[in-house]
Design a protein. Structure first.
Length: 185
């Protein structure tokens, strides 16, 4: 099964089982951003069953790359592992817990990320951002998904981005939702 047909297969699984999945417009935005800037050290928080992780990993495998992903749900984590094996993608570190609830200093010692995709619990975006600050490159791109649909849970994230003085925009990618795209430089 080719990469594009595999992605269609996973997207269909998500839709059928009512598992949160990035929209086709968000997928296009991720692909365009990753390809244009060729990010190499990617962090994802909230992988669900692997769809967004596969988009990131499949795209950046063309150059030296590493994807580190966290998923809080143990069943979703197990399914992620299965899909990783199916796609034979290497250099992926997948962890079965919420990033901010563990001692990530040991897990991420020496790591710096130039691309971050946050798609976990929206009410925790600010906590996640605060926790990953020491691991973010000085020239990084951060994408926060579902920010229009859940804007009532995100007031602190806007405050924190303003405090950090990072350049960011809110992009409406779907009829009812979109992303924040922030740059550290």
């Amino acid at each position: 099964m080719g990469t594009s047909s595999y992605h269609a297969y996973i997207h269909n699984i998500c839709r059928t089982r009512n598992i949160p999945c990035i929209s086709p417009h968000t997928e296009e935005f991720l692909l365009r951003t990753l390809t244009n800037w060729q990010y190499k050290h990617c962090l994802e928080i909230g992988s669900a069953i692997w769809y967004s992780t596969s988009i990131i990993a499949s795209t950046v495998k063309q150059w030296w790359w590493r994807v580190t992903s966290f998923e809080i749900s143990m069943p979703a984590y197990r399914e992620c592992l299965h899909h990783i094996q199916e796609q034979s993608l290497s250099n992926i570190s997948l962890y079965p817990f919420d990033f901010w609830l563990v001692d990530h200093t040991r897990l991420l010692a020496g790591h710096t990320f130039d691309f971050v995709f946050l798609d976990g619990r929206k009410a925790h975006y600010d906590i996640h951002l605060a926790a990953i600050l020491p691991y973010i490159s000085s020239h990084a791109c951060l994408i926060f998904d579902d920010v229009i649909k859940f804007e009532n849970k995100l007031s602190w994230i806007y405050w924190l981005l303003d405090k950090l003085q990072w350049e960011y925009t809110t992009e409406k990618l779907d009829d009812d939702d979109g992303i924040i795209c922030a740059f550290t430089h």
